[in-house]
Design a protein. Structure first.
Ligand code: SF4
Length: 63
């Protein structure tokens, strides 16, 4: 099962929590915002990051 991970670029405050918790799924861009790889099977890690995001910018959708 795969999950589509999205970071809302307007909401992200660029604190890099997701990238430090789950570096295989999230990386910080030159724009100072987090970017997610589009699909992952590592739900555990992506979910942990989504729950830790202080502004709720991360959404997970089953694909
Ligand atoms: S944890 Fe949330 S606010 Fe912080 S960089 Fe990741 S998406 Fe942005």
């Amino acid at each position: 099962m795969a999950w589509k991970v999205t970071v809302d670029q307007d909401t992200c405050i660029g604190d890099a929590i997701c990238a430090s918790l789950c570096p295989d799924v999230f990386e910080m861009g030159d724009d100072g915002k987090a970017h997610a790889i589009v699909e992952t099977t590592d739900l555990e890690c992506a979910k942990e990051a989504a729950e830790a995001c202080p502004v709720g910018a991360i959404t997970l959708e089953e694909v």
